[in-house]
Design a protein around this ligand. Structure first.
Ligand SMILES: [Zn+2]
Length: 183
């Protein structure tokens, strides 16, 4: 993970386009709509650096236990989290949520509802929008990917293992709405 002094360089490499995707000319920085953006002086193409969407699965089984994962890769390697990941082009957030859930844990399920939307700022990726979905698991046979160290269904008391306060907030909303009265 990129930190400290190299942070700005890292973000520049990963997030900013150096050349126009239409004509190949080197982009210039220009103030447009109140922000400094990369701009092509030849064809007027503007590189808008928008937030990245991430779909997150709050996946539960018939006993009301939640599926949590221990991350096997950075950022936050070794910490407990929820299954999820960046959306791909051409897929809906719901499809991306179920795809990431299946890729990371081998668990498949049905989307039940949209629990809410979160926001955070990442050193590596810039602004990220988190889309939380509740997912009723239908095949609970866990087969983890190499990006995950462990995955397990746990009771609500074990949710405290999760490192992200934002994840925990939306899990609480999930319990207070969708799983009201059962934990
Ligand atoms: Zn151009």
């Amino acid at each position: 993970m990129i930190t400290g002094k190299n942070k700005d360089i890292g973000i520049t490499i990963i997030m900013e386009k150096k050349f126009c995707i239409q004509c190949g000319l080197q982009l210039q920085k220009k103030a447009i709509d109140g922000r400094e953006r990369f701009f092509c002086s030849k064809c007027s193409w503007i590189f808008y650096k928008n937030p990245l969407p991430v779909a997150v699965a709050i996946c539960y089984n018939e006993e009301g236990q939640l599926l949590i994962i221990q991350r096997g890769i950075e950022p936050n390697k070794g910490k407990w989290s929820l299954p999820g990941g960046f959306l791909e082009q051409g897929e809906t957030p719901e499809q991306g949520c179920l795809r990431e859930l299946y890729e990371e844990t081998g668990v498949s399920g049905h989307i039940r509802s949209n629990i809410g939307t979160g926001y955070s700022q990442s050193e590596l990726y810039g602004s990220i929008i988190f889309l939380y979905y509740s997912v009723m698991a239908k095949d609970i046979n866990i087969v983890i990917s190499n990006e995950v160290m462990q995955a397990e269904f746990v009771h609500r008391t074990d949710i405290k293992r999760i490192h992200s306060d934002m994840h925990k907030k939306f899990i609480s909303i999930f319990y207070d709405t969708e799983l009201k009265g059962r934990e």
